[in-house]
Design a protein around this ligand. Structure first.
Ligand SMILES: Nc1ncnc2c1ncn2[C@@H]1O[C@H](COP(=O)(O)OP(=O)(O)O)[C@@H](O)[C@H]1O
Ligand SMILES: [Mg+2]
Length: 266
């Protein structure tokens, strides 16, 4: 497989642009029987994210948020269209495109430091250790390197997952509902820390959430998906909660509709 984005080097970490041109993905697209419902998936999507932008993607459950992030991280390949990261066409998973997910996929047999170093194979030991320390410092886990994963709280595990993604100094950081499984206070604290990391490092961030307030407070720009299509794309500064509620099917009186109930069910 070609690896179009250069491997991590001490000089890497410049924010990457992200471009989607006509990106379409359908589950079982070609096998859909005549008369069946349209196959689930996303697209066609056109989306352009400038280097250093913090984009939040919201949308009801089933609107295609995870499918989109799986496309952006190279786990799924579009049937149509093209994705470019830093101007380079994406051709599959790449270790500089780590996806931080709701359930941190950590290796229980490795220490915290071992987990964070996962994407740094190929770097020499002193450089690797320095990167691990740097990443643990960024997420507030200085001194936790020798711990085992099972000794950590849920919030700390998600910090390790974030540190692992940051250790490769990604130009683009992808997060799929990363804090949704955490309690409200921990979620808010991690959100503030992520925002602080972004303010200092100015990497490009694509953050999926179904918490509308989280999207409004974290990102500079909010894209709402509905049925795999962009239904709203606006700067968060000028965006009202009511406009976002409408995407989730909440009526003018503010009563939660069925779509909202579904979106908050997980
Ligand atoms: N592996 C899969 N096979 C078939 N359909 C899927 C698969 N994963 C997701 N879908 C469908 O694609 C649509 C979008 O799902 P998803 O991207 O997970 O939504 P979200 O993350 O916004 O909740 C849904 O209709 C879902 O049922
Ligand atoms: Mg999802």
């Amino acid at each position: 497989m070609t690896r179009p984005i250069p491997d991590p080097t001490p000089a890497s970490g410049a924010a990457a642009s992200l471009d989607l041109d006509g990106v379409t993905f359908r589950f079982h697209g070609r096998a859909a029987p005549a008369g069946a419902l349209p196959a689930a998936g996303v697209g066609p999507l056109d989306l352009h994210v400038t280097p250093g932008e913090f984009l939040c993607i919201v949308g009801p459950s089933g609107s295609g948020k995870s499918t989109l992030l799986n496309l952006l991280s190279g786990f799924l390949t579009p049937q149509r269209g093209e994705i470019r990261v830093g101007g380079v066409p994406l051709r599959g998973p790449h270790r500089q495109l780590t996806l931080v997910q709701q359930e941190p996929a950590l290796f229980p047999w490795l220490t915290v430091a071992g987990n964070v170093a996962f994407g740094l194979r190929g770097l020499r030991r002193p450089e690797r250790d320095a990167r691990v320390q740097e990443a643990l410092g960024l997420v507030g886990l200085d001194g936790y390197g020798a711990r085992r994963v099972h000794e950590l709280s849920g919030g700390q595990r998600q910090r390790v997952s974030l540190a692992r993604a940051l250790a490769v100094r990604p130009g683009l950081l992808l997060l799929d509902e990363p804090f949704s499984a955490l309690d409200v206070q921990t979620r808010a604290a991690l959100g503030r820390e992520l925002r602080g990391i972004w303010e200092r490092q100015r990497i490009t961030v694509v953050f999926v959430t179904h918490h509308l307030d989280e999207a409004l407070s974290l990102g500079e720009r909010v894209v709402a998906l509905r049925d795999g299509q962009v239904s709203l794309d606006e700067a968060s500064a000028g965006l009202s909660r009511a406009a976002l509620d409408a995407v989730f099917g909440v009526g003018p009186a503010g009563a939660p509709g069925p779509a909202r109930t579904a979106a908050h069910a997980h």
